[in-house]
Design a protein around this ligand. Structure first.
Ligand code: IPT
Length: 454
């Protein structure tokens, strides 16, 4: 009888396991390997540089008085110095604005006559994209490129990527513009090696809705690139979080419901959706000088103080997003000194706080406990799900035990995903545990770590 009941028990268990597997297959959206690797980088540096820094006050939306290419003279350009800034902050990837809304092309291109080729700088032979990518590789930082298709002042195009200053209504001109975008994409995606990320600022109108046919080009030349607001059909997507302040909403899920708007894959619910059908985590893009994407004279006072940057870090990386912090090279072609100092401070402070946990653990299931050898002063916890298996947690509490005490709540939340960071009142704890109160499948905790930051 014992044997029979053991058999029944095992049979029942295997049914449960099979059901669990089935549930997982149907319910849990998983990232691509490229998306997992992207999330692990956590920090990126954006580089906004354009001919506009040489004609302060000019607005591309006037669609006239375009800055003369000869004004473009980054005489001390040193993209290695740019990488010093990225490295100092701890960025693992960097994205260069190869073509911003002015339309000025900062690489050797013949798609239209407005770019470095038309400038006297380096006798028209300069190529900032090439230098940027070379420096990235030299410094072990993964390169990415921005070349928006949603706006191009020189070609009379405005959001969401329509001719006639955004009004459209001219199929022939639109088709011409679309072909230009495809050529631009092919040049940038085929000539500079593997790109980690491609930035579609403001999205890209899908081909089926009359936009450029970019997905086949992307799949051919950069199948592993992450696309920020890429057109629908892009294999590895990420989304915007709805502001340029470096702050993700909370909860902030890695998944969202696919929204094919005119502009492409743009998610309107900035925190995403726990039951979303698409893996499309958030990236928080923010200037280092409050509101200034491009360099302007005498604006050092706009540099965010260290404390503010740390706050962004908690509310971006600590809320399951990557943080893409901008650098604004000056007309010489260098990251300004004051900004450089701030990146160094920022990188140092992240290391000081999170470089070495007091203790850490990993685990599977509804409870993951971490016992400390002796009562220890603690005020931070970081939690990471193993997102390769999808985002499984829906809500949780973190509890701790003081000497001779009972479990007390330290912090709680909903989404975890790649990483969640909590700061709580300093306590001397013997034990700490993560208790998952709601999940859609067995939680897999890649790491639970505690810190004492003073
Ligand atoms: C804004 C776009 O509308 C949005 O789709 C996204 O690309 C974002 O930029 C990136 O920062 S436009 C900006 C002026 C808020």
């Amino acid at each position: 009888a014992l044997l029979i009941s053991a058999c029944i028990c095992m049979f029942a268990m295997s049914i449960v396991q099979a059901e669990e597997k089935e549930k997982e297959k149907n319910v849990i959206v998983k990232p691509t390997a490229a998306q997992v690797a992207w999330h692990d980088m956590e920090l990126g540096m954006f580089f906004h540089f354009d001919i506009t820094v040489y004609k302060q006050g000019w607005k591309w939306r006037t669609f006239k008085d375009f800055p003369d290419p000869n004004l473009y003279q980054p005489t001390k350009l040193d993209t290695d110095q740019w990488m010093e800034a990225a490295k100092a902050m701890g960025a693992k990837y960097a994205i260069f604005v190869a073509k911003h809304c002015s339309g000025f092309l900062q690489w050797q291109s013949d798609i239209y006559p407005y770019g470095v080729k038309q400038s006297s700088w380096r006798d028209g032979k300069g190529d900032v994209v090439e230098e940027f990518v070379t420096s990235c590789r030299k410094y072990g930082i993964k390169p990415g490129l921005y070349a928006s298709v949603s706006a191009n002042g020189y070609l009379n195009v405005d959001n969401p990527g329509l001719v006639n200053r955004g009004k459209g209504g001219d199929p022939k001109a639109q088709a011409e513009y679309n072909r230009i975008c495809e050529k631009m994409a092919k040049e940038l995606w085929s000539q500079y090696g593997e790109l980690v990320e491609i930035w579609f600022d403001g999205g890209a109108i899908p081909a089926v809705k009359g936009g450029p046919d970019l997905v086949p080009i992307l799949k051919k030349y950069q199948p592993n690139a992450i696309a920020f607001q890429g057109p629908i059909g892009t294999p590895n997507l990420i989304r915007w979080v709805g502001n340029e302040r470096g702050v993700a909403p909370y909860p902030c899920w890695s998944t969202a419901k696919a929204v094919t708007s005119e502009g492409g894959t743009i998610e309107k619910v900035f925190g995403g959706h726990p039951d979303g059908n698409l893996w499309i985590p958030g990236e928080c893009d923010v200037p280092v000088r409050n509101h200034d994407w491009f360099w302007k004279p005498n604006r050092e006072k706009r540099l965010y103080p260290l404390e503010h940057l740390m706050d962004m870090y908690y509310r971006s990386v600590g809320r399951n997003c990557n943080l893409l912090l901008n650098a604004n090279p000056n007309p010489d072609g260098l990251v300004p000194e004051a900004d450089m100092k701030r990146y160094i401070e920022f990188g140092k402070e992240i290391k000081r706080r999170f470089g070495k946990p007091v203790a850490k653990t990993t685990g599977t299931g509804e409870e993951v406990e971490l016992s400390l050898k002796a009562p220890t002063v603690i005020n931070h916890v970081t939690i990471m799900e193993d997102i390769a298996h999808g985002e499984r947690i829906r809500s949780y509490v973190v509890e701790g035990v003081e000497e001779g005490g009972a479990w007390i709540t330290l912090c709680e939340g909903q989404s975890v995903g790649h990483k969640r960071i909590h700061l709580f009142d300093t306590r001397t704890l013997k034990k700490i545990r993560l208790r998952i109160t709601k999940s859609v499948a067995t939680p897999i905790i890649r790491e639970q770590a505690v810190y004492n930051v003073q």
